[in-house]
Ligand binder design. Structure first.
Ligand code: DDQ
Ligand code: CA
Length: 258
């Protein structure tokens, strides 16, 4: 009995060393504080959000309601609005190179605009659903409601490679609006209060941002009126979030990040 006992004791540190890294894979859940709020038109079904030259760009969905808007962040005042054809349901949008690219949900059509005039430049075609898009330098990535992120050629929109978002070995499905922050990709998970901070090379979720406080403050409880919209101000290093039909856009901190 004694030799068996000592064997167990001898093996224990080894066992811990094997299991330890697996446990350590669990992504920490952080709760950002709200640092400020700004007005947001509750009539907008927010699908995509980004900042360009200090102005807020927003893509809004629903057929017959889909738009691309430029607003002044502080006042919420609309500076320019471009309406889409009523058959189109707009989804995510971002500044890609020197143009805005806006996805549509089920039409396989990405619309391209001049970011200043919102004049149409052309289209890209793609397979499958369009949900979120984010661009950073040469890196263009789209989501389609699954756990899959598709990296595309920014000149042709052709898929180059895919990566699957995973947390503790499980696929993280329903990835929606996207935003690059330096070298990590933020994705809000549809119908949840969370944003996944994803390693773009491996798909591993490194952190979760739990936006329960912002969701509660938004006062929005409708089933479809969920957290959706992440915009990063790279100059001021500020992170903004909002949601579909929310009355406000929130400036939030990111605990532990400079
Ligand atoms: N998606 O944006 C997550 C891809 C799709 C949202 C579909 C919501 C349709 C329901 C609209 C009813 C709300 C007034
Ligand atoms: Ca975004």
């Amino acid at each position: 009995m004694l030799p068996l006992f000592s064997l167990c004791c001898a093996l224990l540190p080894w066992l811990v060393s094997q299991v330890g890294p697996v446990i350590a894979e669990t992504a920490p859940v952080l709760a950002p504080r709200i640092l400020g709020d700004f007005p947001h038109d509750q009539g907008l079904f927010t699908q995509g959000l980004f900042l360009y030259r200090g102005r807020l760009y927003e893509s809004t969905g629903l057929r017959g309601q889909s738009r691309l808007l430029i607003t002044e962040l502080a006042s919420g005042e609309k500076l320019a609005v471009r309406w889409l054809a009523p058959r189109l349901f707009a989804e995510g949008a971002d500044l890609c190179g020197d143009e805005v690219v806006q996805l549509t949900w089920t039409s396989g059509l990405a619309l391209r605009y001049d970011p200043v005039t919102l004049g149409k430049i052309g289209d890209f075609r793609y397979q499958g659903q369009g949900w979120g898009i984010a661009c950073h330098g040469q890196r263009m990535v789209t989501s389609d409601g699954s756990a899959r992120l598709t990296f595309r050629d920014p000149n042709t929109f052709e898929p180059l490679r895919t990566v699957t978002a995973v947390d503790q070995g499980q696929d993280v499905r329903h990835l929606n609006e996207l935003e690059w922050v330096d070298d990590v990709l933020l994705a809000n998970v549809w119908k949840s209060h969370r944003i996944a901070v994803i390693d773009p090379d491996t798909g591993v979720v490194r952190q979760w941002l739990d936006l329960t406080e912002a969701v509660q403050r938004s006062g929005q409880t409708g089933e479809e009126f969920v957290l959706n919209g992440i915009a990063w101000d790279a100059d001021q290093r500020r992170l903004y979030v909002t949601g579909k039909g929310w009355s406000h856009l929130y400036w939030i901190d990111w605990p532990g990040r400079q």
